[in-house]
Design a protein around this ligand. Structure first.
Ligand SMILES: [Zn+2]
Length: 91
C-alpha cells in the first residue's frame, strides 16, 4: 500500500510544479523563459556517460571516437573502462 502513497505524492508534486509554471507563464508573459537554464551564458548540451550513467556537460567531457560517433565520459577512468570493455568484447 505504501507505493500508492509514494505515487500519489509524486503526482501531487508534478501537478504542483505544472500549475506553478503555468501560473508563472500566465503572469509573466513576454518574458524570456528560455534563459532560465544555464546562468553562465551559452547553454551546454548534456551527455550521458555509458559507463557510470552520469550526465556531464558536453564541453570539457572526455570522449572517444567510435565508428564516426563520439561517446562521452565523465572521467578518464570511465573512458579507460569503456575501452577495456570494447577490446574484451572484440577479442
Ligand atoms: Zn563516468
Amino acid at each position: 500500500m505504501l507505493w500508492r502513497v509514494i505515487v500519489l505524492g509524486v503526482l501531487l508534486v508534478i501537478v504542483y510544479f505544472m500549475v506553478k509554471s503555468a501560473l508563472q507563464g500566465f503572469f509573466s508573459k513576454g518574458q524570456d523563459v528560455t534563459r532560465s537554464v544555464g546562468t553562465s551564458g551559452r547553454p551546454s548540451e548534456m551527455v550521458q556517460d555509458p559507463v557510470c550513467g552520469m550526465f556531464i556537460p558536453k564541453e570539457g567531457a572526455y570522449f572517444l571516437e567510435q565508428s564516426g560517433q563520439r561517446v562521452f565520459f565523465c572521467s578518464e577512468t570511465c573512458r579507460a573502462n569503456y575501452q577495456k570493455k570494447l577490446s574484451s568484447a572484440q577479442s
